[in-house]
Design a protein around this ligand. Structure first.
Ligand code: AMP
Ligand code: ZN
Length: 114
């Protein structure tokens, strides 16, 4: 069930516009509005799941990663490489409480993160 106040549920339904680059019945990938790299996409399940910590379906999480791997190939960042980040809850810096994977590519990523 979509959450009434969740912006990413609204991206899924189309109530909030987004630049969607890939979707299937279970997952949607779209451009982050505040890109931190030449390619910065968000990948979300169409179902509302609050964070990785609340995810209960490990098979779905595996398919989410597989979708993300195919997305990276589709947008041309797979050969040079990319970073996938899942900010989780308060200490993880999560600000939107609908599970999402950041996919960052198109430049070299430094480590450690802030
Ligand atoms: P996080 O801090 O991991 O929860 O990341 C949330 C991300 O969502 C941030 O990188 C935001 O720039 C991005 N964001 C917030 N609202 C939107 C939106 N309407 N469309 C695309 N990206 C968004
Ligand atoms: Zn949601």
């Amino acid at each position: 069930m979509p959450e009434a106040d969740c912006i990413f549920c609204k991206v899924v339904s189309g109530a909030i516009p987004a630049t969607v680059v890939k979707r299937d019945p279970h997952f949607v990938a779209f451009k982050d509005i505040n890109a931190q790299a030449p390619t910065h996409l968000l990948v979300i399940p169409t179902e509302h799941i609050t964070s990785l910590d609340q995810a209960r379906d490990d098979a779905m999480l595996g398919r989410l990663l597989g979708f993300t791997r195919e997305l990276a190939r589709d947008v041309g960042i797979a050969e040079r490489g990319y970073r996938v980040v899942v900010n989780t809850k308060a200490d993880g810096g999560q600000t939107v409480h609908h599970l999402h994977l950041h996919v960052l590519g198109g430049r070299f990523m430094t480590w450690p993160p802030g």
